[in-house]
Write a protein that binds this ligand. Structure first.
Ligand SMILES: *Cc1c(COP(=O)(O)O)cnc(C)c1O
Length: 234
């Protein structure tokens, strides 16, 4: 039960911090956004449970948290399928690279796809969502640091890709996601992502991890993805 106490404390600490930074920055942010894309609610916390022991994840559930991020389809299914029956209000986000041969599983299992990053995947997702009649919210992942080893559409291609996904494929694109390079200041990456979202009037920005979520919230994040800050080291 010490696990429960620690994780409750972490959740409260992080939520308090998110609210505080959001409250300090939202008026400034809203001034620059279109009326349709203000940030009415404080940013959502996506608890990243990948590679964490079940005991910690169950402690987080007992503390009342329901929104989780996983980066592998198979791992996520093994962990969450046994828990879906008990917690009906779970929201599971896919935040890791999606192989095209896992698309059918991913659409059946997840509630939000945060890793829409290439035309071939977009086409598969679109077909599969139609087939399963599950029109999931999707985030376009942008490789803001233009790192060759990282997923995400290049910033120069982002506008065209977003329009292709929305207009041609009729995907339900609701926002953008990025993972800044570890060795750089995150702020310029968050700002770049936000500029793209404003151009397309996209309401959601998934940005900020344990090390930089305060900065992300101050720059307009509508959700942050936190693993270590909630669960401890993986
Ligand atoms: C693992 C992971 C996180 C969480 O990272 P922490 O540093 O533990 O908060 C967030 N987003 C993505 C895409 C991840 O893969």
């Amino acid at each position: 039960m010490t696990e429960d106490l620690q994780i409750s404390k972490n959740l409260i600490r992080v939520q308090t911090e998110i609210e505080k930074v959001w409250d300090e920055s939202r008026y400034v942010l809203n001034n620059r956004r279109k009326a349709t894309s203000t940030i009415p609610n404080s940013p959502q916390l996506v608890a990243v449970s990948k590679l964490q022991p079940d005991a910690r994840v169950d402690a987080c559930l007992r503390a009342g948290h329901r929104v989780f991020g996983e980066n592998r389809v198979q791992e996520a299914k093994e962990r969450w399928n046994p828990r879906k029956g008990k917690y009906k209000d779970l929201k599971l986000h896919l935040i890791g690279k999606l192989q095209t041969n896992k698309v059918s599983d991913a659409v059946a299992f997840f509630d939000v796809i945060e890793v829409l990053d290439r035309p071939k995947l977009a086409e598969k997702l679109s077909n599969e969502m139609l087939r399963q009649n599950r029109r999931l919210p999707c985030f376009v992942q942008v490789n803001t640091g233009e790192e060759p080893q990282k997923s995400g559409v290049m910033p120069a291609d982002a506008d065209q890709f977003i329009e292709f996904c929305r207009n041609d494929l009729k995907l339900n694109v609701t926002g953008l996601m990025c993972i800044p390079p570890v060795q750089e200041e995150s702020a310029m990456h968050f700002s770049l992502l936000r500029e793209i979202s404003i151009r397309h009037d996209l309401p959601n920005l998934s940005m900020g991890m344990s090390r930089d979520y305060r900065e992300a919230v101050s720059l307009g994040a509508t959700s942050v993805r936190l693993g270590t800050a909630i669960f401890g080291e993986r």
